[in-house]
Design a protein around this ligand. Structure first.
Ligand code: 5AD
Ligand code: SF4
Length: 439
């Protein structure tokens, strides 16, 4: 093997779990002599880490692959891989439709990448979309990259057993699995040694976390409280949660664990009980609202965030109004909303779509309301004192940018280094960020 590092380009689509996975893949291939680069030109290996959650995801992947034809023609040694949820859903079909793909790897098999890469290098096609018994993260090579920013993701749980009628996750990521407590703690401690001050715990259903330690079952709240004991770790967040797994001790942690940040992403998808039932969400709108009351009783200034789907099969104008009413009742600080997209293989994909013009119109009305709430929550921060963890220099000279406790981007004129957690008074609220001054 030559000493010159081979160049690896990874393009990541979709959720934060994919961002985390891409980092792990880069590390796994680092052991094979690869160094990550920012552009596909001149790369020795290109990996697309794909997402299958909405809209024509597979088509986007095929058209992106098409763009690499010239690169492959110029460099026959270039290896091309497809990873992530489209790889899981499409499998060998990807190589049939796009023969220049050398490697297809599903989200549960990344620890097998080094062998797969070697196989691809020898000229064979490599395909792995198994759900192996071993947990991929615990079989990936140790030693994370040397330099990193002050925030990091840490996946603690993967997969989902909820089977919401619209969602591909239970099929692409498989059954719910939690990583052992000791592994999570070791990884968190390693990150803090590298200068990380904020960790976001990730999982498709992160609040269903149930790790084992000392013969006991650890829920997410206990894990968070244990992580909070790590010196040098200042902030803990977690995402994404399901309302039905929001246990009492996790709600309580929002009130009494200082390092747990006052922001909670708790998707409800719809405000109509009829639609919630058809979505197989397992709770009513009233139960969700009651839950939010309890969370706010524990942490009054918590900023709520959520996801909504409009135009789910059979959604009527009345159902949609119930969603708007729920949004009014909750008053979100931030939200993501999507038009329903039929995902092959899910139960809802068999049902007739609502009229698309109506769905588009509902999405627009919902987004208008959500944007108003988001802006109001941001404006309400003006005059308040918040913590800001600086992540990078701002666009203007002498300016730093970081995130507040409530996850707002905040610009501050100062020369404090990246990684500083400062107290800041918010002075202004702009369209997408706040401005403040050091206290
Ligand atoms: N169509 C539209 N939105 C979807 N989501 C998940 N599946 C679909 C789908 N088939 C949304 C949900 C989920 C978020 C990650 O993506 O709102 O919470
Ligand atoms: Fe998908 Fe529902 Fe599981 Fe979330 S809880 S990943 S929406 S099946």
């Amino acid at each position: 093997m030559s000493d010159v590092p081979k160049k690896l380009y990874i393009k990541t689509y979709g959720c934060q779990m994919n961002v985390y996975d891409s980092e792990r893949m880069a590390e796994a291939l680092g052991g094979q002599g690869y160094e990550q680069v920012d552009s596909p030109e001149g790369a020795d290996m290109i990996v697309l880490n794909t997402c299958h959650i909405r809209e024509k995801a597979a088509e986007k992947v095929y058209s992106e692959l098409g763009r690499y034809k010239g690169l492959k023609a110029a460099n026959p040694d270039l290896k091309i891989g497809v990873a992530g949820c489209v790889a899981q859903a499409e499998g060998a079909e990807i190589m049939r439709r796009q023969p220049m793909v050398d490697l297809v790897v599903g989200p549960q098999s990344y620890h097998r990448l080094p062998e797969m890469e070697a196989k691809a290098r020898s000229g064979e096609k490599a395909l792995d979309t198994d759900f192996p018994e071993e947990l991929k993260f615990d079989h990936l090579p140790k030693g994370r990259k040397a330099s990193r920013g002050p925030t990091a993701f840490l996946t603690v749980q993967e997969g989902c057993d909820k089977f919401c009628a619209f969602c591909v996750v239970p099929y692409t990521r498989g059954a719910e699995v939690s990583r052992p407590v000791s592994r999570v703690l070791r990884e968190a401690e390693g990150l803090v040694e590298q200068g990380v001050r904020e960790i976001t715990l990730l999982g498709q259903n992160v609040n269903a976390y149930h790790g084992q330690e000392g013969g006991e079952d650890w829920g997410l709240a206990r894990l968070i409280r244990r992580l909070a004991e790590i010196d040098g770790l200042d902030r803990i967040r977690f995402t994404t949660s399901h309302p039905n797994d929001m246990e009492d001790d996790l709600i309580a942690a929002h009130g009494d664990c200082e390092k747990l940040m006052p922001y909670l992403h708790l998707p409800v998808q719809s405000g109509s009980d009829r639609i919630l039932k058809r979505m197989n969400r397992g709770h009513t709108a009233q139960e969700y609202l009651r839950l939010i009351e309890r969370i706010r009783a524990a942490r009054p200034d918590i900023l709520m965030s959520g996801d909504f789907i409009v135009g789910f099969p059979e959604e009527t104008e009345e159902d949609f109004q119930a969603t708007m009413d729920l949004v009014e009742a909750v008053n979100y600080g931030q939200c993501f909303s999507f038009k329903y997209s039929a995902r092959p293989g899910t139960p809802a994909a068999e049902r007739p779509l609502v009229e698309q013009a109506a769905a588009d119109d509902r999405l627009q009305r919902l987004q208008t309301l959500l944007t108003t709430q988001q802006r109001a929550a941001q404006d309400a921060m003006v005059g308040r004192e918040v913590g800001v963890l600086f992540e990078k220099a701002g666009r203007l000279p002498g300016q730093m940018v970081g995130k507040s406790d409530h996850l707002h981007a905040v610009h501050v004129q100062c020369d404090l280094p990246v990684g500083t957690l400062a107290r800041v008074r918010i002075t202004e609220s702009g369209p997408n960020s706040l401005a403040g001054e050091l206290l």
